[in-house]
Design a protein around this ligand. Structure first.
Ligand code: ZN
Length: 208
């Protein structure tokens, strides 16, 4: 931040009194601009033995596959946000179920939460945010073309739990993971920039 969002004066980076971290502080109006992690909420939409994946039509990770997810909006709950993002990115209406993964991604200042979700009908479609949307069985998951480590881990855990009969056994469980550095991912096609780092993007973008 360069200018105060409260009064427009230039801010300076320093540790305010009674604090122990540097903040953007306005010397004109006294506002202290705290920055805190953002929540990314999404779902694992399930229909029979398949999950719904979206091919990203936006940066970062354009052209890579993802589970529907995005930043929470003000005024909504995590489950509302997860359902909204699922509808926006895939056109699918889902019944959001239990919380499945909580993934800390401190290097991009994010916490990702994925819910298991039941697709209410086999209806889905590409959107402004997705080039393609498809139901995929475990054998068809494009592991080398997934957009983010949080997607990779969530899908791995989903298929692992399912194989072990631990989904829908009436005992909800949450997997917690800390992802401390970007994962190296292969480029899915020659014309895509697989080296793009979400954390270096200037615009807010979710990723890992
Ligand atoms: Zn100010």
């Amino acid at each position: 931040m360069k200018f105060c969002s409260n009064c427009g004066h230039a801010v300076s980076r320093r540790i305010p009194p009674d604090d122990n971290r540097e903040r953007d502080v306005c010397d004109n109006c006294g506002a202290i601009h705290y920055e805190n992690p953002r929540n990314v909420v999404g779902t694992v939409p399930v229909l029979e033995d398949k999950v719904l994946l979206c091919k990203r039509a936006i940066e970062p990770r354009y052209g890579y596959w993802t589970l529907p997810a995005g930043f929470m909006e003000l005024g909504e709950t995590t489950t509302q946000g997860a359902a909204r993002e699922t509808l926006e990115e895939s056109g699918a209406h889902v019944e959001v179920g239990e919380l499945f993964t909580v993934l800390n991604v401190p290097h991009v200042h994010q916490v990702h939460l994925f819910y298991l979700a039941k697709m209410l009908a086999p209806d889905f479609a590409p959107s402004e945010e997705s080039l393609e949307v498809k139901l995929v069985a475990e054998a068809g998951i494009p592991w080398q073309e997934l957009a983010f480590p949080t997607i990779h881990h969530t899908l791995k855990l989903f298929f692992q739990d399912r194989a072990e009969g631990r989904l829908g056994d009436g005992r909800p469980r949450v997997h917690q993971l800390d992802i401390n550095r970007p994962m190296r991912l292969a480029a899915p096609a020659a014309n895509l920039d697989g080296a793009a780092s979400p954390s270096s993007a200037s615009a807010p973008a979710y990723g890992a």
